[in-house]
Design a protein around this ligand. Structure first.
Ligand code: SF4
Length: 377
């Protein structure tokens, strides 16, 4: 398939892997440990496991799966607030498919749907706004989540609701921002990440310039990367070349889509509708300053938090859940006590097992794929 097959060419992959292997032997770290590269984006985590890249790379190099899957970092308290909204008789609650399966303290949105509440999966916030137009006697709430990638469509749907006078449409806003999150990872005690695969989708929106502090202040390389196997391998090679040369730069491997200045048409509605929150609670990472957005005063009438008077409550994960340790790279997914036993993609106990971009789900689904890939190379 044009524009796909050339990024999955096994011969090219083998060539880059040989280069990577050579670079790994030439890089000297101050301590005796593997070179650690964090893929920030859940899309990269999925590709790494799907194509078995982690198992093709030399032992001296390992991926650390970062906090870039928005479903995986949702705290239970947010799901509980979704349930509180959806339990109102006059509410139609809408969201993306993955979010419906994230466990709350007692149940998920999917469980509540099975109990008979009107909860609908949509493909875009505009679909949710159309449901509101078609159901004027109901309050229609869209549960918006995701990084800068999904913010523009949510913002545009709110602007459209205002333009069309749709006053029974609300947003429960849980959108998050990438830069404070990476900064929190860099500032965490014992941080040993040597370089970053920059999130391709977010970079489409914000460009590569906001990442420069990572190279300038923390002296870590970052390469904005695409999602095909050769994209990821080439990006790893670019990071390793910097490490070998003692450099720390921001580079753009995903030039076929990412403009270094970002996408002004997508950034404009974000600035129009949202403002930064003072802090936002992340599963496993705690509260991170300015890492989320909320609806600004101009569009406050669409803010479900204000309309449904939601409380901010902290709800801890069950003791057996080790999602926080996996998110921070302290544990590998399979090292969690309940991985593949009490916690599977069919019956997820933790959020990292829900989305296909979650490290636990991706590892559970594709952990055995390496034999097939080895046969091809
Ligand atoms: S196996 Fe389940 S509980 Fe354990 S870290 Fe993964 S998602 Fe969380």
């Amino acid at each position: 398939m044009k524009y796909v097959d050339e990024f999955r060419d096994p011969k090219q992959a083998k060539k880059i892997l040989l280069e990577i292997d050579k670079l790994c032997t030439e890089i000297v770290l101050p301590e005796d440990r593997p070179i650690q590269i964090m893929e920030v984006c859940g899309g990269h985590t999925h590709s790494i496991f799907r194509y078995g890249l982690n198992q093709l790379l030399p032992k001296k190099l390992e991926f650390v799966h970062g906090p870039g899957c928005p479903v995986c970092v949702l705290p239970r308290s947010v799901v509980d607030n979704c349930i509180r909204i959806a339990e109102n008789e006059d509410v139609i609650f809408t969201t993306f498919g993955d979010a419906m399966r994230v466990p709350g303290s007692e149940k998920s949105l999917l469980d509540l749907k099975a109990d008979g509440r009107d909860i609908r999966m949509v493909y875009s916030p505009l679909d949710a706004m159309t449901i509101a137009q078609n159901n004027p006697d109901k309050r229609v709430v869209f549960f918006g989540l995701g990084f800068e990638t999904t913010m523009p469509s949510t913002a545009l749907s709110i602007m459209q609701a205002k333009k069309l006078g749709v006053d029974n449409f609300y947003l429960f806003c849980n959108h998050i921002t990438i830069i404070p999150t990476i900064k929190a990872v860099l500032d965490s005690p014992g941080m040993r990440i040597d370089g970053f695969l920059g999130p391709g989708h977010v970079s489409l929106i914000i460009g590569t310039k906001p990442y420069h502090f990572i190279a300038d202040e923390y002296q870590k390389p970052l390469v904005a990367a695409g999602f095909e196997p050769l994209d990821i391998l080439q990006s790893v090679w670019m990071i390793l070349k910097q490490l070998k040369n003692g450099e720390a730069k921001v580079e753009n491997q995903y030039k076929r889509l990412v403009n270094d200045n970002g996408n002004a048409s997508a950034l404009s509605p974000i600035a129009e509708v949202f403002e930064l929150r003072e802090f936002f609670e992340w599963r496993g990472l705690g509260s991170i300053n300015h890492s989320g957005v909320k609806i600004n005063d101009k569009y406050r009438q669409y803010d479900a938090e204000a309309v449904f008077k939601l409380k901010e409550v902290t709800v801890t994960d069950p003791d057996v859940c080790q999602c926080g340790e996996v998110l921070k790279g302290v544990l590998k997914p399979w090292q969690c006590k309940v991985f593949g036993k009490e916690c599977t993609p069919e019956i997820p106990l933790g959020a990292l097992m829900v989305s296909t971009e979650g490290a636990c789900s991706a590892h559970y689904s594709y952990g055995q794929n390496i034999d097939l890939i080895n046969q091809k190379l």
